[in-house]
Design a protein around this ligand. Sequence first.
Ligand code: SAH
Length: 211
Amino acid sequence: MTSRRTRERLIARLREKGIANMRVLDTILATPRHLFLDEALSHRAYEDTSLPIGFNQTISQPYTVARMTEALLAGGPLQSVLEVGTGSGYQTAVLAQLVDQLYSVERIRPLQEKARSRLQRLKLYNVMLRHSDGGMGWPEKGPFDGILVTAAPAEVPPELLEQLAPGGRLVIPVGGDLQQLKLVIRHDDDNYTTEVLEGVKFVPLLSGLVR
Ligand code: SAH
């Protein structure tokens, strides 16, 4: 169930759904999603679906991971990227293989610690994790040429817009019951454009820390 054929079926499905970036597809093929789930659910790891990871949170659907990663990378190579919502660490692991340096923040400490050991096991050493409220970004490490958010705020947090470098790209779900996946590009200081990519369903971006 974690065989190459199972994983290749997932890749075929992502291609059918419109994912075209071969680097993204190859990275998803190479990333063992079953290691990011509890054993009881690992047999479903290569289904194209989100699954529970505890604390009322979910590992993102592979299609969504692919779509967001593709949108982030579409402007060219990325040096420094911020991820908000480490969760299981799966999206983190995919992204870490495609950018130079990745910073990822998570508000639930036990999820962060599990993600940390998985990323170490996969020898992904270009990731720095922090236990914090990602709605604030990570100002000390910014500006970033990419920011990817995996939980939905009601509005785009201004802190994240401020921490985008010129030319930088922000991929973020926005809304409540009905959410839109948005791509915001900062062209220069005060010139931002926003494109709606598609409808999505994410857990909400929450404030406050869980220890
Ligand atoms: N990409 C993750 C998705 C996890 S779900 C994965 O595939 O596993 C979204 C995550 O965002 C949850 O772990 C949740 O705790 C986290 N989150 C929600 N609000 C946050 C905030 N303000 N700061 C940091 N993380 C947050």
